[in-house]
Design a protein around this ligand. Sequence first.
Ligand SMILES: [Zn+2]
Length: 136
Amino acid sequence: MSQVNPDNKEHRLPSPISNPENIDFLAAAQENQLLLKYCNSCKEAHYYPRTICPHCGSDDTTWVKSNGHGEIYSYTVMRRGVAVPFAMAYVRLQEGISMLTHLTNCDFDSIRIGQKVKVVFQETEDGQKTHLFEPI
Ligand SMILES: [Zn+2]
């Protein structure tokens, strides 16, 4: 299992796996848009994308565009046992949900909880784009 790009400089992002509930989410990522599922019944957003709202059980859910801004809730930097260090974080979006994601375009030693971040999109190992976050 390879963890690095051929140039051996960047962590290689794993490709997202498509399913009927996230196919629109993944298609939007190819257009550099972050979509969230929003429940019209309880007025809450959720992630990961699901047809049935995890808060109230309603199937009256729809897609909304995230503004892509949030802050780091928690993070870790993987340095051991990997060819190239990488950082992962829980990012809390302004829409009120948290997502597990990679961090990019940052000095791993300067990452801080509460740091403001915004979404960016990068290609994964199979060429699909996926979301990750960088400091503002
Ligand atoms: Zn709901």
